[in-house]
Design a protein. Structure first.
Length: 192
């Protein structure tokens, strides 16, 4: 998770454009990715990201420094997402639309790795909301359990419990995918 210097936060309070640009440069991508993983809609994630930064700029006076600035901004993003979720039904889109380069040069290995990544993205995307939210903050965005607890407004023990449950659900769903794949007729299997 990016660190925002205290001097940058003080600059925000004074309305300095350079401080604003620094924060946007460091947090825009992570906040957008977090919101995209939660709402699974690129357009909605863009709107929510803009709403998050607007709320942060308008509420900068309420930041007391009890947590990291990035944690505070992610908390705003999470609350924006909750309002969005409560307003409308969310459509499912792929969790991660970014392209990943496979390290292997073998096309068969690259195909298998791409399929594995897709299965993992799908499994994460299909987790119940509370587990997906927690997993995205801790595992994908790099928040500590304490920081995730602050963002989500829940006790740290609940974050730990949700992470354990999320991993158990992922393991179960990914094992189901492997079993289903092993049961394909020989004519439908990818040659080894």
């Amino acid at each position: 998770m990016p660190e925002i210097a205290r001097s940058v936060v003080d600059g925000l309070r004074r309305g300095e454009e350079g401080a604003y640009l620094t924060v946007v440069e460091q947090l825009l991508g992570p906040v957008y990715r977090f919101l995209l993983r939660l709402c699974r809609d690129g357009g909605a994630a863009e709107d929510l990201t803009q709403e998050t930064f607007l709320a942060a700029w308008q509420g900068i006076g309420s930041f007391r420094g009890r947590s990291k600035f990035a944690t505070w901004v992610f908390g705003i993003a999470y609350r924006q997402y909750l309002r969005h979720r409560n307003r409308r039904e969310v459509e499912t889109v792929p969790l991660d639309t970014g392209r990943h380069e496979a390290a292997a040069a073998d096309p068969a290995v690259m195909l298998i790795e791409a399929a594995d990544r897709q299965r993992l993205r799908q499994a994460i995307s299909n987790l119940p909301g509370q587990y997906r939210e927690t997993l995205c903050l801790v595992h994908l965005e790099g928040f500590s359990y304490r920081e995730a607890a602050e963002v989500l407004g829940i006790p740290i023990g609940t974050v730990k419990s949700r992470m354990n449950t999320a991993f158990a659900l992922l393991r179960e769903r990914l094992e189901e995918c492997e079993v289903d794949g092993d049961e394909l007729p020989a004519t439908e299997r990818v040659p080894e």
